[in-house]
Design a protein around this ligand. Structure first.
Ligand code: 13P
Length: 251
């Protein structure tokens, strides 16, 4: 049985003061659910403050990115050890990083390996663009992102991975995928390559999330799918109503 998993990706939103306020509003509700792994991913500057507020709540903390090198002359970057000092999780390869900051499958791969080495849970994002979807390339693109993003990952550690299927056309558009459509992509283009890379039992152990315009109104449609274990939530994680999405994931 895979434990349901819901993460809020705050993206570039909330100052430290605003982050404190939002966590104060949400933490009592979020911390009250058993049987679901809940993670908040604020921007880097808010991690220290949010980490202190989440201590003892059972709610996890994640970063939205990190670099793969251990330390050194990489101005503006944050190392795996810096993230691991505060967080248990890190989002990697989000489509916004791929689109605006030139991240490649190779880079996502190096980050994933580094995150696992630092005992972080990587939340590895994959998903096709609108143009790729329209061209019928979804299966090819998502399968490639999984294979190349995870190559060389130690099979003994692979079951700790979390994968998020986030079709780019569904992110921030209000046009979510259908539960059934997302479930099929997860089964064919994520679990199959996972099984090729790590074997069938690891492929069944990895949590796979859906992301893209998830709201309290549509969350249950995704959580009811056999291959989908939770959600990576953007816009709707910035409101106290995020608690309702997490509640919908409780089995
Ligand atoms: P939205 O929920 O705002 O569509 O964003 C999804 C996302 O990109 C989460 O990482």
């Amino acid at each position: 049985m895979r434990k349901p998993f819901v993460a809020g990706n705050w993206k570039m939103n909330k100052t430290v003061a605003e982050a404190r306020q939002l966590v104060a509003e949400m933490a009592p509700g979020l911390g009250s659910f058993q049987g679901v792994e809940t993670v908040l991913c604020p921007p880097f500057p808010a991690l220290v403050a949010v980490s202190a507020m989440l201590a003892g709540t059972g709610i996890g903390l994640g970063a939205q990115n990190m670099y793969w090198e251990e330390s050194g002359a990489y101005t503006g970057e944050v190392s795996p050890a810096m993230v691991a000092e505060l967080c248990g999780y890190v989002i990697l390869g989000h489509s916004e990083r791929r689109t605006y900051f030139g991240e490649t499958d190779r880079g996502v791969n190096r980050k994933t390996v580094a995150a696992l080495a630092h005992h972080l849970v990587p939340i590895v994002c994959v998903g096709e663009t609108l143009a790729e979807n329209a061209a019928g390339e979804t299966a090819q693109v998502v399968t490639r992102q999984v294979r190349e993003g995870l190559q060389g990952v130690d099979g003994a550690e692979a079951s700790r991975l979390v994968i998020a299927y986030e079709p780019v056309w569904a992110i921030g558009t209000g046009k979510a995928a259908t539960g059934q459509g997302a479930n099929e992509v997860v089964r064919e283009c994520i679990r199959k390559p996972l099984a090729e890379l790590f074997g069938g039992s690891t492929a069944q152990a990895v949590r796979v999330l859906y992301g893209g315009s998830v709201t309290p109104a549509n969350a249950a449609e995704f959580f009811g799918q056999p291959e989908i274990d939770g959600a990576l939530v953007g816009g709707a994680s910035l409101k106290p109503d995020f608690v309702k999405i997490v509640q919908a994931a409780v089995k």
